[in-house]
Write a protein of this length. Sequence first.
Length: 401
Amino acid sequence: MADAFIYDHVRTPRGKGRPDGALHEITPIQLATQTLAEIRDRNQLDTRLIDDVIFGTAMPFGEQGSNLGRTAAVNADYAQEVPGLQLNRFCASGLEAVNLAASQAAGGFIDAAIAGGVESMSRLPMVIDGPWVGDPQVSWKSYYTPQGISADLIATLDGYSRGDVDAYAVQSQERAAAAWDQGYFGKSVFGVRDVIGEVLLDRDEHLRRGTTVETLGALKPSFSQMGEKGGFNAVAIQRYPQVERINHVHTGGNSSGIVDGSAAVLVGNAGFGRSAGLKPRARVRAYASIGSEPTIMLTGPAAAAEKALKRAGMRREDIDLWEINEAFASVVLRFQRDLDLSPEIVNVNGGAIAMGHPLSATGAMLVGTVLDELERRNLNTAVITLCAAIGMATATIIERV
């Protein structure tokens, strides 16, 4: 197998996923189009060298349906020979797109691809449909519960208090604010423009400066009514009978923010780099996707990371920085506990609690965030991982070159 290299990455800022959000007027296809144009233009890229555009979309319907990868490539004036692919591994879609591009480049089946994802949560709501939810036989067999209940179940099982999850959320906000203030995201974030070329947004909009444990403590739990009156607490307890009652600790303040955004990563082999006149910044060492218990749903990242480490012949101690998507605070706390990680090397520039989680774009964003940070700190290795719906997780190991 040849090496699969990361040559560059870009992302939009994250806009609030509401009708009054700065990016609400920008359609998903335009977010993806501007992202593809940015990574092409900043690298003076001849798009005839690109063998595929692989984009994840967690909610692939309406404006985000019908093979957005190919449509965005055409709309961005890429060479017409460039095909496109749309994939869905829910929240891990953007990272899975990077992994697919890397595996094809390493296997010699392509020379280069642009991989990433897009999600416009202000325009298309997060709706989990299909037989997992809609077919009673399937939902009964999997003990279906919404993700918020799953996050509260993790907190209940592990004993994380409201103070614990709120304290983690404050840390995310503080780290993200400091990273923006010190210009750490400036290398990858570009301004999204409207139809007349005016910049609508060039910084993450969801960030809440000045957040404290006290201000978060005033928020009501988001999932208690759903769990109690909707019957999902009973379903979770049926699956986990050791739990007497669910402790609802998650709120909008310690859960990932609903936002719009897009990201892209340029992946290719060594021959592509020579043809394009580009130097690689990192190689993809290994990756893994796993299934986990679907009721609790959000506990897979540790197992995915361990599987990727085993494939790479590496140990936990070989990794300098870790990026785990902050779907909910308890997800990160469980991950740190399972792998016995110091908080000082996990999500060092904040995460989705502070800046938002544009579903299928987040994985590609995390690849870029941690690569920039490895370069800034002159470190070498990182793990990126995300949990995904129906009990899945994906992890990727990158190494600077």
